[in-house]
Design a protein around this ligand. Structure first.
Ligand SMILES: Nc1nc2c(ncn2[C@@H]2O[C@H](COP(=O)(O)OP(=O)(O)OP(=O)(O)O)[C@@H](O)[C@H]2O)c(=O)[nH]1
Length: 921
């Protein structure tokens, strides 16, 4: 296939030549056609203007890369006398230049006009190409035919930065050292992390101290343990770390009255553990006020061991029957311990995205502490035997059936249950103050096995650049002792030259000046990721915090401390000056920038003034009259009322309170959006655990509540005047979107249930409106011929309410723009729901009612089922990915299989409805 073309002016305007189909595809920039032609055996190198030259001249990097990948010749001149490297350098195509250099292309060849690749990159101001060429070993002193060096060319065209770079390379004579630093070595860049979570006083600090203790000091630690027995903070006499079952049946009290120094914020330290090497240990305070910041530090990582500590001294709560009923476990279980472990497991799992490959999660262990204060016995090897601890762990496993017994090693777990954090169910039983004990050996052996498992993955990731940066960071941290954040304001000088200069850029600038002039943006990006996962720096949005210790202890530890919160402005609103007065340890403007990036505050521009709103500090009491039943706008017949309550799954508690401030921050941010203001003014009023959002006609109330059974839920209700049903529906939908997006950002692994509130009771301003369980709603939808006919029975007021009244504000027309939950596809289920299903359907079931039978039920052919069988990933997850059936169909099939347990998860987590297309309100 050929075509006659008149070449464009960049070639030769008068000449008419024939291009091959491949050259045409390359010229057009069609990657599909190029791939097809290459696969069909097209000659890649028809010239003189080969497809590669043509693609490059047109700036089609991806086509050029494909051609190079497929073996196109890069050592040939085109009709202008240019090699591909010349075109790529002149146009600044970094990917292509990098690939050409990696393929061994010469960087020392001149164009027909005598310009070298370095001159071409310089002339066009491409500093990243200049760095790349220099790392590839080009001669920086090379002169063009006019006898001019590239740095002079740079000055001539006003690219002083490039001239400076070339000059410094020449003066320092370190070009080769820099280039070598960028090449990965065979060494692994692996530092494993140990995260310690648990209530106050369970022994996290004591464990870290013991882990850090040398052989000699271990003797003193043992004696300190004996002393500490006298003032145990968690002993039944002087602790409050147990459930107050009288007032909040399943709430947890985190604080302890023990007379020891409780950790402030997140205490991170790098510890050299014998036989393992450096371990970064993260100790998370058990004080509840710090929890809202923890998601920033609980990112999933294969190199991590998360230890959940619990105190064996904590006794079963007083009204154990009630708790047993609620938790549904055997009566004599140590309820408080289980409650605490479940809280932390749910807390951690909620913060891990549910759709990662298993290899991305670290392992989780349970550590039972204070065994020395119980009547447990020791084996000859020094291992503590504590039936209580064992029983607790087993009960936890019963309660969390989707968490696998990872004792069968991570490998087996990977096969059985992917995407699930690996919980080692057998607890380590220890006295935290005795370092040279069997328990610490167990702990170290788990750390060591994680290291062994991970070493392979990190081999070849260590670079000289990383090594040099680690040494340099220590100096940098000293220079920035007062405020270890590389923020814009600290570099006023740089700021003047480039107003868009961000902190990451500043880090790059400093790194290049101090460590390696040739480090590319990609090198620096990768380096920052390595440093972040090693706990050496903390990257958040555009900022780089160069001392994680300062961030965790001095900043978060101070700003979220009880003391600071108690003294904070009750509205949570500060100007920069106000904030400086409250927190004078460092420059307020820079700290506020960081807190904004951590999303702890929102910047608000009010009448030309800048204020910062911190929902975490907001302690305004709820005002009466916020939802006035007498407001005439909402009293008329036909006024619109609707509501929904967001719950976490049964047997989880206390997971919303650390997320609620972020919801409030997002609500504030959303008021800056044009959309919300489309209909006039949007007003947002926020108080402790509550927000009210008003437009000219509608009102929405969002509150964090506690149910009679002690569980937390977020209630969202809306009201609007007569004839505002459509506006109400879409606005309500948007508000829900803002809220669920905030929850998903902080807790991507958290399953959210939507319980519909009785619109009848909302209309009469009932304080605690009846909520319809999602399972009942789903089953009514499945039973009905048409969803529009679905009615639900409100037991409290003994009357029926139709689904149309409840969620469509009684407006049938809206139904044309939505799809009901039961008709949505299985792929529309959220990731945490799918993950839970995997936990229940992947393991073989005694009666064979597992993923395989389900696949048969869903009508998959034998071949497709056989294709689902894989050693490496979850069968169920694969099935859910390819199943082309509706959610309703899935539930029915599960029920027919007698897998009510799995059907329940689907019914409770499925969306109620989805908009077919966004409609302008
Ligand atoms: N007897 C005994 N005492 C312990 C044990 N673990 C911790 N302790 C003591 O309990 C007290 C509190 O322990 P910490 O390690 O500071 O508690 P924590 O978990 O760090 O608590 P927060 O920092 O408040 O979150 C200290 O006096 C410890 O010495 C243990 O296993 N046995």
């Amino acid at each position: 296939m050929c075509a006659c073309l008149s070449r464009d002016s960049s070639y030769s305007p008068t000449e008419t030549i024939t291009l091959t189909a491949l050259q045409l595809a390359a010229r057009k920039g069609s990657i599909e056609q190029t791939r097809y032609l290459i696969e069909s055996g097209a000659d890649l190198d028809v010239g003189p203007d080969t497809a590669l030259h043509i693609a490059l001249r047109k700036g089609h990097s991806s086509i050029a890369l494909l051609l190079l990948q497929c073996g196109a010749d890069f050592d040939t001149r085109d009709s202008h006398g240019d090699y591909p490297i010349h075109i790529a350098c002149a146009l600044g195509l970094l990917d292509v230049v990098q690939t050409l250099c990696a393929l061994g292309c010469s960087v020392e060849v001149p164009t027909a006009k005598g310009l070298y690749p370095l001159h071409l990159a310089t002339k066009n101001g491409h500093i990243h190409i200049v760095r790349c060429l220099c790392s590839a070993g080009c001669n920086i002193d090379v002169k063009n035919t006019d006898n001019i060096r590239a740095d002079i060319t740079a000055l001539k065209y006003g690219y002083n930065e490039i001239a400076d770079l070339l000059d410094r390379l020449r003066v320092t004579g370190q070009r080769d050292i820099y280039a070598r630093q960028l090449v990965p070595t065979s060494k692994p860049a692996l530092r494993i992390s140990l995260r310690l979570l648990g209530h106050c006083g369970v022994g996290k600090t004591a464990l870290v101290k013991s882990l850090n203790a040398g052989l000699f000091s271990s003797f003193f630690r043992r004696s300190s343990s004996l002393q500490s027995n006298k003032s145990r903070p968690s002993s039944p006499n002087n602790t409050q770390i147990e459930m107050d079952v009288t007032s909040r049946q399943n709430s947890l009290t985190f604080e302890s009255t023990g007379n020891y120094q409780s950790t402030s914020g997140i205490h991170m330290q790098n510890i050299d553990v014998s036989n393992i090497g450096e371990v970064s240990v993260w100790e998370f305070s058990g004080q509840e006020n710090y929890f809202p910041s923890y998601h920033h530090f609980l990112w999933p990582s294969p190199y991590t061991l998360t230890a959940i500590l619990f105190n064996l001294e904590d006794s079963p709560a007083v009204q154990i029957q009630q708790i047993c009923f609620w938790l549904n476990f055997v009566e004599d279980s140590p309820a408080v311990q289980i409650q605490q472990i479940c809280f932390w497991l749910n807390f951690v799992m909620a913060r891990q995205p549910a759709d990662l490959p298993t290899s991305e999660y670290g392992r989780i262990i349970l550590v039972a502490t204070h065994v020395d204060s119980t009547r447990a016995a020791k084996t000859q090897q020094g291992e503590w035997l504590s039936p209580d601890a064992q029983k607790t762990a087993e009960t936890v496993k019963k309660i969390l059936p989707h968490t696998p017994d990872a004792q069968k090693t991570a490998e087996t777990v990977k096969k059985i249950l992917p995407h699930t954090p690996n919980l080692v169910v057998n607890p380590i039983i220890m006295d935290c103050n005795v370092p040279a004990s069997f328990a610490f050996k167990q702990l170290k052996s788990i750390l060591s096995s994680i290291k062994q498992d991970c070493i392979q993955q990190t081999i070849g990731t260590w670079t000289g650049l990383l090594e040099a940066t680690l040494a340099w960071l220590a100096t940098l941290q000293k220079d920035f002792e007062q405020l270890p954040v590389l923020a814009r304001d600290l570099f006023a000088e740089l700021l003047r030259t480039n107003i868009n200069l961000l902190a990451r850029d500043l880090f790059a600038e400093l790194l290049r000046t101090n460590i390696n002039l040739l480090a590319s943006d990609d090198h620096i990006h990768e380096l920052l990721q390595q440093l972040h996962s090693m706990g050496e720096v903390f990257c958040v949005q555009d900022l780089v915090v160069i001392s994680v210790q300062w961030l965790g202890t001095q900043l978060i530890g101070e700003l979220l401390s009880n003391q600071f919160i108690l003294q904070a402005r009750v509205t949570g609103v500060y100007t920069t000056e106000d904030f400086q007065a409250s927190f004078n340890q460092c420059d307020a403007a820079a700290v506020l920038e960081l807190l904004k990036s951590l999303e702890l505050c929102v910047e608000c521009h009010i009448d030309g003034e800048i204020e910062y709103e911190f929902p975490v500090y907001n302690h305004i009491e709820t005002l009466s009259g916020l939802w006035d039943s007498g407001d005439p706008r909402y009293r008329t017949t036909g006024a619109c009322y609707g509501g929904i309550a967001l719950h976490t799954p049964p047997r989880t508690c206390h997971l919303f309170s650390s997320v609620f401030p972020y919801i409030q921050a997002d609500l504030r941010r959303s008021t800056f959006d044009y959309y919300w203001n489309g209909d006039g003014d949007t007003d947002l009023y926020q108080w402790y655990h509550g927000s009210k959002l008003c437009t000219t006609t509608l009102e929405t109330l969002i509150t964090l509540n506690e149910g009679n059974d002690g569980s937390e839920y977020i209630e969202i209700k809306i009201r609007g005047p007569r004839l505002a049903s459509r506006y109400c529906f879409y606005f309500f939908h948007e508000v829900q979107n803002v809220i669920t997006t905030a929850i998903n950002r902080i807790c991507p692994g958290l399953l959210i249930e939507r319980h519909i509130l009785s619109s009848h009771q909302l209309r009469v301003h009932h304080l605690d409106p009846y909520s319809y369980d999602p399972q009942i709603v789903m089953s009514a939808m499945l039973d009905a011929e048409s969803t529009l006919d679905v009615t639900l029975y409100n037991q409290e007021v003994e009357r029926q309410e139709s689904l149309v009244q409840l969620v469509l504000f009684d407006d049938l027309e809206i139904a044309n723009n939505i799809e009901w939950g039961c008709a949505l596809k299985v792929s529309d289920l959220c990731a945490p729901a799918k993950l839970k299903m995997c936990g229940l359907l992947d393991p073989p079931e005694p009666h064979g009612r597992d993923w395989c039978l389900l696949a048969l039920k869903l009508g998959l052919s034998q071949e497709r089922i056989a294709a689902l069988d894989s050693q490496h990933s979850s069968h169920t997850m694969r099935l859910l990915t390819i199943a082309d059936c509706s959610i309703g169909n899935l539930i029915t099939s599960l029920l027919e299989l007698d897998r009510g347990d799995v059907a329940e998860i689907v019914s409770r987590s499925a969306p109620i409805l989805r908009l077919i297309e966004p409609v302008e309100v």
